[in-house]
Every structure is written in C-alpha cells, then in structure tokens.
Design a protein around this ligand. Structure first.
Ligand code: NAG
Ligand code: NAG
Ligand code: NAG
Ligand code: NAG
Ligand code: NAG
Ligand code: NAG
Ligand code: NAG
Ligand code: NAG
Ligand code: NAG
Ligand code: NAG
Ligand code: NAG
Length: 469
C-alpha cells in the first residue's frame, strides 16, 4: 500500500503485522515504565467555565512571532512550554520542546489544554515545521482550542510517556492539520490523534502512529477525523474510538489494533444517531482472538467501506451491541455498569471489497449489510445474545458465500434467482412479511441450501442457538 513508500518496514514487533519505525525505537518505552503505569483520575468534578490562567514558559498573547532553532522546556506541573492565544499568529521551525511535570487535573488538561507541551488557543494560528516534542509524566503534545484556531504541523516527532498524552489534540472546535508526523505514546488513555468535547477537527496525512497504553486509540473521534496515508498500531486500543455523532474518514490507511475492536463506535451517554465511518482503500488488522473488525454499541451509525480489508483473528467482521465502553476503555460494559443503554443500529455499505467473516448482533441490535460494486462476502449473520436483526442487500455484481444458516429481515438481491448466493449447504431464513418479492417461496440456492420463510421453528432456534459468551 501507499504507506510502504513512506516508512521503513522493520522486522516484527511482538505485536506482529505492520510494525513501522516510530519514536519508540529511539526512546525505549521500558525506560519509562513507571510513567506509563500512571492512571489519570477521572472521578473529578467537571469544570464548566474556562479558568482564566494557563501557565506556560513561553507565551504569545494577541501577537505575532516567528521563531526558529530554539530549544525550550518546562518542568513544573500543569505548565505548558508554549501558549499561543487570543488571536496570536506563530510560525516556528526547528524547535525542540522538552516537557515534564504532571497534570493534576484531567478536566483542565482535556478541555482547556493545561500542561500540553504546546497549546494554541482562541482563534490563533500556528505553523510548525520540523518540531520535536518529547514529554514525560503525561501531557498532551500539540493542543488546539477554540473556534477559528488552526494549527499546521509538518515534519514533526512526538514522543510521550505518562497518561492522557494525546499527540495531536483538538478541542473546543479547534483544528489541527498534520503532515509527516511520527507519534508514539506509551501511557494509558493517550490516543495519537484526538478530539475532545464539544469537538475538534483533525486532518492527518502521511504519518506513522503508535500507541501502547490501554484506552489509547490511533484516532479518538470527538468532532471530525480525516486521515490519509497513515500507518498505525494501537497495541491496547482500537484504531478508532468514536463517541457520539462524529465522523471518521480513513483513506489509504493501514491500521492494527490490539484491544476491543478495529473501531469502537458508541455513545457515552444517551444513544446518538448520525455517527459516520468512511473507509477507503484501507486495511484493518485486529489481533485479539475475540476482537471484531468493526464494533458499534449504543449508537445509530452508518459506515461506508470501499476497497477495504478487514483481517480479524476472531473471524468477526461487525458487532452491533446493547453496550458501550466505560471510562476504563478496556471492556464492553453491560447493564450492571449502566442501566440506560440501547441497542446499536448500523448500516454498512460495502463496495469493491472482499470480506470474510461474520456479523453478530446482540439484544435487539440491527445490522444492515449492503454489498455492491463487485464485492464479495464469505460469512454469516447470527445473534450474540437475544433477538438480533439483519438485513442483507446484494447487487448483481456482488456475491455471498454462506458459512452457516442465517436469518434475515430485509433481504434484497438484484438477481432475483439468487444465483449470486453460494450456500455451502446452509439456508437463509427470510422474513416473508418484509420480502414479498420472494412470494413466501422456498428458493433453491447453489450448493444445496435454500432461502425460505422464517418459520416458528427457525425463529425459536435463532434465539436459542447462541447464548451468552
Ligand atoms: C480564551 O477565551 C476565553 C473567553 O474569552 C477566556 O475565558 C480564556 O481565558 C481565553 N484563554 C486564554 C488561554 O487566554
Ligand atoms: C507565518 O507563515 C505564513 C505562511 O508562510 C505567512 O503568511 C505569515 O506571514 C507568517 N507569519 C509570521 C508572524 O511570521
Ligand atoms: C506535581 O505533581 C506530582 C504528581 O501529582 C506531585 O507528586 C508533586 O508533588 C507535584 N509537585 C508540586 C511542586 O506540586
Ligand atoms: C506543510 O506542508 C504542506 C504540504 O507540503 C505545505 O503546503 C505547507 O506550507 C507546509 N507548512 C509548513 C508550516 O511548513
Ligand atoms: C527528539 O528528541 C529526543 C529527546 O531529546 C531525541 O531522543 C530524538 O532523537 C529526537 N528526535 C529527532 C527526530 O530528532
Ligand atoms: C464551538 O462551537 C459551538 C457551536 O458553534 C459554539 O457554541 C461554542 O461556543 C464553540 N466553542 C468554542 C470554545 O469556540
Ligand atoms: C449511563 O448512560 C447514560 C445514558 O446512556 C449516561 O447519561 C450516563 O452518564 C451513564 N452513566 C455512567 C456511569 O456511565
Ligand atoms: C455485548 O454486550 C454485553 C453487555 O450487554 C457484554 O457483556 C458483551 O461482552 C458484549 N460483547 C461484545 C462482543 O460486544
Ligand atoms: C438486553 O436489553 C434489555 C432492554 O431491552 C436490558 O434490560 C437487558 O439488560 C439487556 N441484556 C443484556 C445482556 O445486554
Ligand atoms: C430494504 O433494503 C433495501 C436495499 O438496501 C432498501 O432499498 C429498502 O429501503 C429496505 N427496506 C426497508 C423496509 O428497510
Ligand atoms: C417480520 O417483519 C415484521 C415487520 O417488521 C415483524 O413485525 C416481524 O416480527 C418479523 N418476523 C420475524 C419472524 O422476525
């Protein structure tokens, strides 16, 4: 893929698959084990207004400046190296930033950029080229805050140890555009590219990202993420976390995930509608034995997959669940964690892709699976728990090879003879109320199986065959 022209491929890391050269080849995570074991305290009160003071060793307030070949640092807690704020304009090249010192308040760090190595805020603009940001003890690296704040970052090296050390981090409607970035984070909850409430916009091109801690994704979507030509590994997180009605688009990306799922798209509060995932010419590899390629919980979402590869060790392409993730980010929560969840409803539109694996829906969740433009699917759909609903649509250029019996609600096939379905002896049970075009008939499929109306027997069997985990 495209990415291979950008980076050196090295022999396999423990994680396997697509290890790339990244800042952890230079500063070994094992030198910072204690830092990386630190947890952020998220059980603290929300701060509803912005505190007036942000500490920084270099401040640019409502001014313009151009700086090159400097080495700057900060060591105190809750103190940034640079603050560029209130309509300031800053151009920096060949800048070396060293930052240590702890963040003592997760909320001021997350929502206002306290302790970030570089904080650009309140309708300010910054252009950075050739910057090295190395942080320890937990600090965001480059933070963009506020409407009309735009930070451009080229040719930049970002290394962190410690918790909540997102690489490029945009909040309060801020924007960051990154090109040729190498980012590594070793700590808990430290995504490579992250938005935060109420949202931020991140555009990222030609980059390499490696996150190692629990809760650390390559992309944490709150707002908008648009990535092109990025090779990434999230050792203990998904490629994408997306909370609420956010949009994530990945084009020409090669991404490996080690925990939960390839994507984890959820609502942390009441179920939202309108989450979007767009994957183009992109490959996901999920390492964990039970990890699905794409996971959705407590959300109504749409995904488009064009020329996508989903390589899952689990054989599960998609999960839709009555679930979410908690602030620990390491397991799928259930009723006991939160009694006000809803099922997921997901529509996936697949084009020009060959996908192998299953669709699994839980507890009244819905997966609509639409294949067109020369797509192929080898797999089946089944319930993970309780009632589960699946729709399948095939156009004349796409085909489906079944790997077990599958029960469908809305079932459409442009080839009304169903000649693009290969049954391998398995059957499709369809809802005859919804699919009058089949006339309630039993239609033979190639390979010995049939498509036939759901009967009470097949219906009951569907509920019972698959129990709890
Ligand atoms: C950003 O603007 C808000 C609203 O005017 C203000 O409260 C805050 O102190 C400003 N931030 C900085 C870093 O100056
Ligand atoms: C920063 O760089 C931009 C783009 O090259 C330029 O338009 C602007 O004048 C520069 N600003 C300063 C303060 O140097
Ligand atoms: C900085 O924060 C750390 C970790 O919370 C704490 O142990 C240390 O005492 C703080 N330092 C100062 C000067 O407050
Ligand atoms: C970053 O790279 C882009 C694309 O090559 C270029 O247009 C832009 O001027 C560069 N910005 C800086 C700050 O170097
Ligand atoms: C960035 O700084 C760190 C810490 O000083 C250093 O180890 C690393 O080699 C630097 N990276 C680059 C690309 O210069
Ligand atoms: C973000 O955008 C929303 C909606 O336009 C606006 O209400 C809010 O004030 C903005 N926040 C900041 C920090 O600019
Ligand atoms: C439980 O979920 C509700 C809505 O789904 C949300 O508002 C609430 O914050 C969640 N509680 C916890 C403890 O996560
Ligand atoms: C599905 O959600 C249930 C809770 O409702 C949870 O126990 C289970 O682990 C989840 N499984 C997956 C694969 O999402
Ligand atoms: C299934 O959904 C119902 C609500 O419809 C909820 O009460 C129950 O706890 C859920 N069970 C699991 C295992 O998710
Ligand atoms: C059934 O699926 C087809 C193809 O995706 C779609 O056009 C149609 O609107 C669906 N019907 C219902 C009732 O959802
Ligand atoms: C068939 O679809 C109808 C209409 O959505 C629904 O009421 C019924 O429960 C479905 N039947 C089965 C067996 O799922």
């Amino acid at each position: 893929m495209v990415a291979q022209s950008l980076i050196l491929l090295l022999p396999a890391l423990a994680l396997a698959a697509i290890p790339v050269q990244d800042p952890s080849d230079v500063i070994k995570p094992m030198w910072w084990t204690k830092d990386n074991a630190l947890l952020a305290d998220y059980n603290i009160a929300m701060i509803s207004t912005q505190p007036s003071d942000i500490e920084a060793t270099h401040k640019y307030d409502d001014t313009s400046a151009s700086v090159d070949h400097v080495a700057w640092s900060a060591t105190a807690n809750d103190t940034s190296v640079m603050l560029v704020a209130n309509g300031a304009e800053f151009n920096g090249s060949s800048i070396d930033i060293k930052k240590s010192g702890y963040s003592t308040n997760l909320n001021t760090a997350s929502f206002w950029g306290f302790n970030a190595a570089i904080n650009v805020a309140n309708a300010s603009t910054a252009y950075f080229d050739n910057v090295n940001v190395t942080v320890h003890n937990g600090a965001a690296q480059i933070y963009s805050y506020g409407t009309d704040t735009v930070v451009h970052v080229n040719n930049t090296w970002l290394y962190s140890s410690g918790p909540v050390s997102h690489g490029l981090y945009a909040s309060g409607n801020g924007t960051i555009v990154g090109r040729n970035i190498q980012v590594y984070s070793g700590g808990y909850r430290s995504s490579s590219f992250s938005g935060d409430s109420p949202g931020g916009n991140i555009y990222i091109y030609d980059s390499v990202a490696h996150s190692a801690g629990v809760g650390s994704a390559t992309y944490y979507a709150l707002g908008m993420i648009d990535a092109h030509n990025v090779v990434s590994v999230s050792e203990k997180g998904p490629v994408v976390f997306s909370d609420g009605a956010q949009t994530t688009s990945l084009t020409n990306c090669d991404a490996t995930a080690g925990l939960l799922g390839g994507v984890v798209i959820f609502s942390s509060s009441v179920r939202s509608s309108g989450a979007e995932l767009n994957l183009v010419n992109t490959k996901f590899t999920t390492i964990g034995k039970t990890m699905p390629g794409l996971w959705f919980g407590n959300i109504i979402a749409t995904a488009t997959l064009n020329q996508v590869e989903l390589n899952t060790a689990s054989g599960i392409l998609v999960v839709a669940n009555y679930s979410q993730v908690t602030q620990d980010f390491d397991y799928y929560a259930d009723y006991e964690d939160n009694s006000s969840l809803s099922p997921a409803e997901v529509t996936l539109i697949v084009t020009e892709s060959d996908l192998v694996g299953d669709l699994v829906a839980y507890n009244k969740s819905v997966i609509s699976w639409i294949l067109s433009d020369y797509s192929t699917w080898t797999g089946a759909a089944y319930s993970g728990y309780g009632e589960a609903y699946f729709d399948v649509a095939l156009d004349a250029t796409s085909d489906w090879t079944l790997t077990r019996d599958t029960t469908l609600q809305n079932f459409t096939d442009t080839l009304t003879t169903l000649s693009n379905i290969h049954s391998n002896g398995h059957n499709i049970h369809y809802n005859s109320t919804l699919n009058s075009w089949l006339g309630g008939k039993t239609v033979p499929l190639s390979g010995g199986g049939v498509a036939k109306p759901i009967t009470s027997t097949s219906r009951v069997r569907r509920g019972v065959t698959v129990g709890r985990r």
